[in-house]
Design a protein around this ligand. Structure first.
Ligand code: UTP
Length: 274
């Protein structure tokens, strides 16, 4: 079954400059927890405990976060502050972490291909940690997708309806509806203008991918923005087999944008912080 979750985290995070100048976007805190930790917790809660992270220059904080800080732990040992590290320690114990570096930032598709040596020949999940997905009281989004995979055994992308004028920020799909929340994809366009978009169903940062995707990415030429797009490789996979798009249950916050980040912060403060 699915055991591994890949986190492409090598991007420059230019929309969040200057905060991301010397710090990875994935380390931005939503209230008191970095985005990457929300993502890893979601993976763990879906049963995926082998965490693979694609990093890049200036991203060492990610590795340090999922490690012990002896000095800090010594300092707070025996005080009531120890509890602030409990969740993180638990996560470190429950998961294994492997890292590889993307040397040139050639796009999301390329970042996923860079993770191939950590994944091997098995189906895996991909989480873009700057998309924060929450479903309080219900199954986490990745668990919903893992359960679907058990039934359909093909690549699955998470989608949500977005306003037409926002299609140029996403990969957009169209397809045949096979259940009220599942489409079999037959078209996929990266960042289309509203007038060119095949629908308003946008791909967000959660994927289940079968390993043949690696070969398809390797054959993919740079597309929109000169980057190797995962959407183009998925389109080929949809043509030769099957790719599903799943309208997940829950909320998603685009924490790569200031608006989404503030919204997520307010939401988490009101709902989870104590
Ligand atoms: P984004 O385009 O949202 O991230 O890529 P970015 O490039 O970091 O942000 P902006 O647009 O400049 O503000 C989606 C995800 O893919 C990763 C990013 O880290 C992010 O998680 N990514 C993107 C890579 O790992 N490598 C790349 O070459 C591009």
């Amino acid at each position: 079954m699915i055991r591994k979750c890949l986190f492409p985290a090598a991007g420059y995070g230019t929309r969040f400059l200057p905060a991301t100048k010397a710090m990875p976007k994935e380390m931005l805190p939503v209230v008191n927890k970095p985005l990457i930790q929300y993502g890893v917790e979601e993976a763990r809660d879906a049963g995926l405990t082998q965490i693979a992270i694609v990093t890049g220059r200036g991203k060492r904080a990610l590795e340090d976060h999922f490690d012990i800080s002896y000095e800090l732990e010594h300092q707070i040992k025996g005080t009531d502050k120890e509890r602030f590290l409990d969740e993180t320690r638990e996560l470190i114990d429950q998961c294994s972490f492997a890292y590889t570096r993307q040397v040139e930032m050639k796009g999301l598709g390329h970042a996923i291909l860079t993770g191939q040596p950590l994944i091997g020949d098995e189906p895996f999940a991909v989480v873009l940690a700057d998309d924060l997905c929450l479903n309080p009281g219900g199954d986490p989004v990745l668990l919903q997708m893992v359960n679907l995979y058990k039934q359909f055994r093909c690549s699955i992308v998470a989608i949500q309806e977005v306003p037409r004028e926002e299609t140029s920020r996403y990969g957009v799909i169209a397809g045949e509806m096979i259940r009220d929340d599942i489409y079999r994809v037959n078209t996929m366009v990266e960042k289309p203008k509203p007038e060119d978009a095949p629908s308003n169903l946008a791909i967000i940062g959660r994927y289940i991918l079968t390993p043949d995707i690696f070969e398809l990415i390797a054959q993919t030429e740079p597309g929109k923005g000169g980057e190797i797009q995962i959407t183009d490789a998925l389109m080929k996979q949809a043509q030769r087999g099957c790719v599903l798009a799943y309208k997940f249950k829950g909320r998603r916050f685009d924490c790569g944008s200031a608006e989404g980040y503030v919204e997520a912060t307010n939401y988490c403060f009101e709902n989870f912080y104590n």
